[in-house]
Design a protein around this ligand. Structure first.
Ligand code: CA
Length: 229
């Protein structure tokens, strides 16, 4: 089945250039020139987008607001979103990721890069259904809750395991501190983020050489990169 990409972008030339290139790559494409229309199209039960390319600066409802609404609706809760932003400010990117966007791309961008990022996110979504992470050196079994690095079992606490699972299920994606606290500690957690850093440090130590798979994204959070085959 063809993937359907919904582009929410008020700048017609950017939207059209994306449409042209995505269609050439075999995608189906829809365009909404406002956040309100984007929301309506995303919630269309008969034609659910595989992914949203979402401009942050829109007239009316902003991209961040639209993303927030999508996350509240059961139908679109997990719909992948890549934010397109002209704002290079770090704060806006973090706000976008905290809202639940899967990735962001700063304008001006190359269409080639956008297509590559879309493919990466779609691959990740398909991989979400799997029960195991495995890259040849590190293996994380989400069902049996066992972890192996280079064939040796690594004993983790429940919290460390949940943290590692979340990171591996989001391979290549930046997990902000807030994402990790919400998903691993739960929304009721009000402690400070040092707890998270302490857990990451311990997790890296226990993983030994496999610990290098967890990258620090300075000022933002962490990213699991895995071992490239
Ligand atoms: Ca715009």
């Amino acid at each position: 089945m063809k993937h359907y990409i919904l582009i929410v972008e008020d700048e017609a030339d950017i939207a059209e250039s994306l449409r042209y290139n995505f269609e050439r790559e075999g995608f189906k494409v829809g365009i909404a020139e406002s956040g309100e229309k984007g929301l309506r199209m995303a919630l269309d039960e008969n034609r659910a987008p595989s992914l949203l390319l979402l401009d942050l600066m829109l007239p009316g409802m902003s991209g961040v607001e639209l993303c927030r609404r999508l996350r509240r609706e059961p139908l679109t809760k997990k719909m992948p979103v890549i934010m397109l932003t002209a704002k290079a400010a770090e704060g806006d990117k973090i706000e976008g990721l905290d809202t639940g966007a899967d990735d962001y791309i700063t304008k001006p961008f190359s269409v080639k890069e956008v297509i590559a990022r879309v493919r990466a996110v779609l691959r990740r979504v398909d991989a979400d259904a799997v029960q195991k992470y495995e890259d040849g050196r590190l293996s994380v079994d989400f069902v049996d809750m066992r972890v192996y690095c280079d064939g040796d079992e690594v004993k983790l606490t429940r919290k460390e395991f949940t943290l590692l699972s979340y990171l591996t299920k989001n391979t290549g994606r930046v997990a902000t501190r807030q994402n990790l606290l919400d998903n691993v500690w739960g929304y009721s957690y009000f402690g400070d983020t040092r707890t998270l850093d302490v857990h990451i440090r311990r997790l890296r130590q226990k993983l030994g050489e496999c610990g290098d798979c967890i990258e620090t994204v300075v000022g933002v959070g962490y990213r699991f990169v895995g071992f490239k085959a």
